[in-house]
Ligand binder design. Structure first.
Ligand SMILES: NC(=O)c1ccc[n+]([C@@H]2O[C@H](COP(=O)([O-])OP(=O)(O)OC[C@H]3O[C@@H](n4cnc5c(N)ncnc54)[C@H](O)[C@@H]3O)[C@@H](O)[C@H]2O)c1
Length: 334
């Protein structure tokens, strides 16, 4: 799959968060399609440390990088000594994906330090090297605003969403100050696909429901899940977005989604069809206040300025994911 006309061969590419879901897919994409590119993964990987919610502090996992031949630096983006190990390179492209990606972490200090302060440091590197900067923003910047979620109308409801919103403000300021620098923020909606498994409880409902079904249990959904809709986007389209973001018509912040909302009930039904089961559905009351019931991205400016063109339907994305969902069934997250 080649996504645009940039030749990344002989280019030096930094991927922060490269041991995580999106970052590792990107690293492998470059390796497979541009064998002469120099790829550097920077990630703190996982330790045993957990947040108050019981989830790990970082999800990077070595298994996501099996087969990867580039440089790997285990380091923390909050630590300047660790970041100084990047000084020996001159980057052409920086894909900044490292972050606390768990939307249910409420320790504001650690989220702001990790997601926001480190962004200044990465931008400094981009400026020094005149590297293209593509970074991960998030649909969480919209909070519970009604669909269609549109860049320019944000209302983050949690510290994670606010941290990404703050990154977008910083990026806009840098873009104005340094108009020759390419800086693009990608607001991913609900991404699913291979290499998300090690995010455990924070992985997509597609793999989580897939594994429930494989265990012989009816998929468990909130009441009225036929009316709870999300804009699910496959990792393949997310890779396409990262690549196309390297040559935007304009710097900016762009929604990365399909623009077509689908319900959790549909997800469960497609999975049961693919897995050839008929287990029905078990419903339970939604325990969350302020829950978002409908997301549907406005992707018109992503189409126009990035030439982003999502290609994978939910049916196709789930169908091609099934062998991987089966392979990982029963595996340990740790
Ligand atoms: N997956 C989605 O649906 C989604 C949606 C919106 C936004 N995003 C954003 O996209 C990016 C990638 O998300 P993902 O799904 O691959 O998540 P992920 O958790 O799998 O990847 C993030 C990576 O960052 C690393 N990391 C965390 N803290 C670090 C630190 N202090 N120093 C160095 N590395 C650190 C983790 O080890 C992990 O490998 C994140 O910025 C996330 O917020 C993802």
């Amino acid at each position: 799959m080649m996504n645009n006309k940039i030749d990344f061969n002989n280019k030096t590419i930094l991927i922060t968060g490269g041991a995580g879901f999106i970052g590792s897919n990107l690293a492998i994409y470059f390796q497979e399609n541009f064998p002469k590119s120099k790829i550097i993964v920077f990630d703190c990987f996982r330790s045993d440390e957990v947040f108050q919610n019981g989830n790990l502090k970082s999800f990077g996992h070595f298994k996501n990088l099996i087969g990867f031949n580039g440089d790997i630096i285990c380091g923390n983006i909050n630590n300047n000594d660790d970041l100084s190990q990047l000084n020996k390179y001159k980057f052409d492209f920086i894909f900044h994906h490292a972050a606390i990606s768990d939307t249910r972490v409420y320790d504001q200090e650690i989220i702001m330090k990790t997601n926001v302060n480190s962004f200044y440091d990465l931008l400094k590197i981009a400026l020094k090297d005149q590297a293209v900067m593509v970074y991960a923003s998030s649909a969480a910047t919209y909070g519970n605003l009604p669909s269609p979620q549109t860049v320019g109308k944000e209302n983050p409801e949690n510290p994670y969403g606010f941290s990404k919103y703050a990154m977008d403000k910083i990026a806009t300021k840098y873009s104005n100050e340094y108009p020759d620098l390419t800086i693009v923020g990608l607001r991913f909606f609900n991404v699913y696909g291979p290499r998300e498994f090690y995010k455990a409880k924070t992985s997509s409902m597609i793999i989580q429901l897939g594994h429930q079904i494989l265990s012989g249990k009816a998929p468990r959904l909130f009441n009225n899940s036929n009316k709870i809709l999300r804009d699910f986007v496959s990792i393949e389209d997310v890779i396409q977005a990262n690549i196309k973001a390297c040559k935007p018509k304009n710097n900016g912040i762009y929604n990365i989604a399909t623009g077509i909302p689908r319900s959790f009930q549909e997800v469960a039904d497609i999975l049961q069809k693919e897995l050839k089961t008929n287990l029905g559905t078990e419903y339970f009351a939604n325990p969350y206040d302020g829950y978002q019931y409908h997301t549907q991205a406005d992707i018109s400016s992503s189409r126009k300025n990035l030439d982003f063109d999502p290609k994978i339907t939910l049916e196709e994305g789930i169908s091609s994911y099934i062998p991987e969902i089966k392979r990982l069934y029963g595996e340990d997250f740790s």
